[in-house]
Design a protein. Sequence first.
Length: 379
Amino acid sequence: MSLTFHWFLPTNGDSRHVVGGGHGTPATASGRDRPPTVGYLSQIARAAEDLGFEGALTPTGAWCEDAWLTTAMVSRHTERLKFLVAFRPGFVSPTLAAQMASTFQRQSGGRLLLNVVTGGESHEQRAYGDFLDKDDRYRRTGEFLQIVRELWEGKTVDLKGEHLRVEDARLARVPDPVPEVYFGGSSPIAGEIAARHVDVYLTWGEPPARVAEKIAWIRGLAARQGRTLRFGIRLHVITRDTSEAAWAEADRLLAGFDPATVASVQAGLARSESEGQRRMLALHGGDRDGLEIHPNLWAGIGLVRGGAGTALVGSHTEVADRIKEYAALGIEEFVLSGYPHLEEAYWFGEGVLPRLAAEGLWTHPAGEKGESVQVPFAG
C-alpha cells in the first residue's frame, strides 16, 4: 500500500506563529505576516509538488480567500499538484458546481479534488443567505451530491427534492476524470451522507483509538449501502531531526499564544454546532497543560484555531511511526499543514517521506523524476 499525502494552502495568511481562526472565528493578526498572495501560495504549491505531495487543500469560509478562484490561479504555476478545493454546497447551484468542476478538470489537466463542507456555523451561513439548520444542510448536501454525480455521469437530471430542484439539467461536457469527493462530519446524519455519496471520508486528528471507532462506524454505514470508502486524516505537523528540537518548536508556538486570544477563540468555538469541533475542544479543554494527548500527538493548535487542532510532533522517525500507526487503522490519505507552510513542507518532505519510502509505504507521485530530486534524510 502506498500512502497519499496532501499539503495545505494557507489562504487565510501564513506566519512563523499559528494563524488562528475558523469555525466562525476571525483569522488572527498573525495571518498578515505572510499575506496569501498568488505568488506566495504558488511558492508553497511548487514546493509541495517537488517534495511529492499529491495535492493541496484550500479552506473555505469568510475568514479566508475563495478556494475556487485561488486554486485556479495557483494551478497555472504548477504541473502535477492536485487541488483539494473546499466548498459549501448551499452557496452555488449543483448544476453550476458540476459545470465548474468539469471546466476546472479540463483547464488544469484533471487536477481537481473536491472537499465538500456542508456548512460553517449558522451565523456565518446566514451571512451568505443560507438559513437552514444543521441537519437540513446535511440533507441538502445529499441532494446536491446526487445531482452532481448524475450530471458527471452524463445523465439528464430531474429532481424535486426537499431542498433542491432541477429540471432537464445536463452538462455539455462531463469531467474527465471525474473529481473524487472528500467529506468529513461526526454527527449521525453526516455519517449517512458520507456512506451514500463520497469517495474519501476525512477525520480530524484524534487519538488512534477514537479514529478507529470512526472508521468502523463509517465502514459499517457504507457497507449497508453496498459501498466502500477510503479514509483520510487532517493534521498539522512539527517534525525535526530530533524530538527535542520538535518539542522546542511546539513550545515556541505555545508561548506565542496570547491568553486573551485563547480565551476569545475558545469562547467562540464553544458556541459551535459542529460535533467534530466539540470533539476537538474536548481534547484540551482550553488548558495549556497536558496537551500531548497521545505519544507525539499535540492538541495545542486547537487553543487558537478552529477545525483541525492537533499536530504530530517529534523526530522524523517518531512522526513516521505515528503515521504508520494511523495507517494500520485504515487511514490511507494524510492532509497535513504546518507553520510556516513553506518551511514546514520541506521539514516533512525531506525528513519523513524518505523514511516511509524506504519501508515501501510511499512512492513519489512523479515516479523516477520525483525520486531524482528527493533530498536524503539526515541521520
